[in-house]
Design a protein around this ligand. Structure first.
Ligand code: SF4
Ligand code: F3S
Length: 382
């Protein structure tokens, strides 16, 4: 079943009905989408830019995506809220995500598939037996008490992962639960929940966190894999650098207010209404690495900070334990001078203007950006 068929079944808007046979390659689909070559090259350029590749790679991406055979996807749900499935299935139509995802043959996805019970298990087994498939994991995996807290078809999540990843080409852990355990792993972690990476042998795994994972990031990883037959470069906790290499604080449109010492102090106060910095309302943007400011959510409509909600740091491991309470500010600003607090920022901004220094210059971190502060939230607690 293609994503297109699934979305049609859900009653989501599609451009026009097509048969699976007619969608064997992306090239065959372009006309059906009403997309001409020029438009497709624009899409390819968009993906290339997202992957932080030089523009010269765009033709290579376009050529690879046009010719690629329909890859099989086996989508496993464990301890999760299905928010990642929701985010992906509701990727705006028509857009890059739709075009790339329609290329996939989704042979097993519990959340939406028509088959159930033995039929569903048989579909999964058949897809795995063919090999070369992509396994997507959503949700954390319980290890405690022999994994009894999440079992499907009489098998524990650990068993299912072991079987489903045999012969797979790649594993995509999507959402913060599948990557780092997420909310189920928050202390006291009653089920012994973990992310998928340590449970897979011999198959490359990539972590695509945030809660939910951004459909654009999932799409770009798949596009990279289909184009180059490898997963994109990752940081030291397995996240693609193109999406998680930059700190939210460094790309936030409210950064000017931070540097000027202009903070919202209460929800609905004048500063909040004026779009000032949310640091004092608990924003964890200074400790969080993700491309939320540029990609945003819901078809690039908006993102947490854009609607006036502080970032809760959902792209970082253990954020439920290390970045809460959600609306409490960090004791100090990660990646900056240890003595720098939000109360001192305004003063420093004035001094910086007078001396020609720029406050945020002090916070610049190198290309391994998140390695230096990936666990900055923990530092802030110390
Ligand atoms: Fe943006 Fe949050 Fe940084 Fe303020 S603290 S500039 S709202 S990321
Ligand atoms: Fe999560 Fe913060 Fe982005 S809360 S979705 S990492 S803005």
């Amino acid at each position: 079943m293609s994503l297109r068929a699934i979305r049609t079944e859900l009653g989501l808007k599609m451009t026009q009905p097509v048969s699976d046979e007619s969608m064997a390659t992306l090239g065959a689909q372009l006309g059906l989408h009403g997309i001409d070559r020029r438009k497709f090259m624009q899409y390819s350029a968009t993906i290339t830019a997202m992957l932080a590749l030089p523009p010269a790679f765009a033709p290579q991406v376009a050529a690879a995506l046009t010719a690629v055979d329909k890859p099989t996807l086996v989508w496993l749900n464990f301890q999760d809220c299905a928010g990642n499935s929701e985010a992906l299935l509701r990727a705006r139509d028509p857009d890059v995500a739709t075009i790339i995802l329609d290329l996939l043959s989704v042979d097993y996805m519990e959340v939406v598939m028509t088959a159930s019970g033995h039929q569903a298990e048989a579909a999964k087994d058949a897809a795995v037996a063919r090999g070369g498939h992509i396994v997507v994991v959503e949700g954390s995996i319980p290890l405690k008490d022999d994994g009894i807290y999440c079992a499907i078809g009489g098998k524990s999540a650990v068993q299912i992962i072991g079987e489903a990843t045999k012969g797979a080409a790649a594993v995509l852990a999507i959402g913060t639960c599948a990557t780092y355990g997420g909310l189920p792993a928050a202390k006291p972690n009653p089920t012994g929940a973990v992310g998928v990476e340590g449970l897979v042998n011999g198959v490359p795994v990539i972590n695509i966190p945030t809660c939910p994972a951004n459909a654009d990031n999932i799409t770009a990883v798949i596009a990279h894999y289909l184009t180059f037959k490898t997963l994109p470069p990752v940081d030291d906790i397995g996240r693609p650098l193109f999406a998680f290499g930059d700190r939210i604080h460094d790309n936030c449109p409210r950064r000017g207010h931070f540097d000027a010492g202009q903070f919202a102090l209460e929800f609905g106060d004048e500063g909040h209404r004026e779009g000032w910095c949310l640091y004092k309302l608990g924003c964890k943007g200074p400790s969080t690495f993700a491309n939320c400011p540029s990609q945003q959510y819901n078809g690039h409509t908006n993102w947490p900070i854009g609607v006036g909600a502080p970032c809760v740091g959902c792209s970082e491991p253990d954020f439920w334990d290390t970045m809460t309470p959600i609306y409490d500010r960090l004791p100090r600003i990660a990646g900056m001078d240890a003595s720098l607090t939000a109360d001192r920022v305004g003063t420093l901004a004035v001094t910086a203007l007078a001396t020609g220094l720029v406050v945020h210059g002090a916070s610049k971190i190198s290309s391994h950006k998140r390695a230096a502060a990936g666990h900055a939230a923990k530092q802030t607690q110390e």
